[in-house]
Design a protein around this ligand. Structure first.
Ligand code: HEC
Length: 101
């Protein structure tokens, strides 16, 4: 019984680790990102659809909390003050580039 409990706890903790934005919904985040044209400056800077800014070698964001913070900062660029939930959603979407565990 003790072993099973330990195993279950291990699964739960691994699960949390694999999802740094557990409350985020990537699909909703993707829609919001597109709707607000978040990539319009990024694509002027890095060409293509702009997503190269997220994978550039000297990228600014190197952790999950930094990603949430940068989304907040860039929200100002589109005159939008994101709720915590909206930040989680966009972060869950952008994590396809960052791949934070
Ligand atoms: C007015 C132009 C502009 C708009 C619009 C904009 N951004 Fe940005 N974004 C920037 C610039 C400039 C940087 C790079 C900042 C730096 O290197 O210091 C950046 C960087 C970022 C990064 C970090 C990239 C890295 O290096 O890891 C993220 C994440 C990001 N933006 C998200 C967003 C989101 C989400 C939106 C839409 C809400 C958005 N941006 C809209 C200008 C913009």
């Amino acid at each position: 019984m003790k072993l099973i409990t330990t195993f279950m706890l291990l699964c739960v903790s691994l699960g949390v680790q694999a999802h740094p934005f557990p409350q985020g919904d990537a699909t909703t985040g993707e829609k919001l990102f597109a709707q607000l044209q978040c990539n319009r400056c990024h694509s002027n800077m890095y060409g293509g659809d702009g997503s190269a800014i997220f994978t550039r070698p000297n990228r600014k964001v190197n952790s999950a909390p930094q990603l949430l913070a940068q989304i907040g900062v860039c929200g100002g660029n589109v005159d939008k003050e994101f709720s915590a939930q909206e930040k989680q959603n966009i972060a869950a979407y952008l994590n396809r580039y960052y791949d934070f565990k």
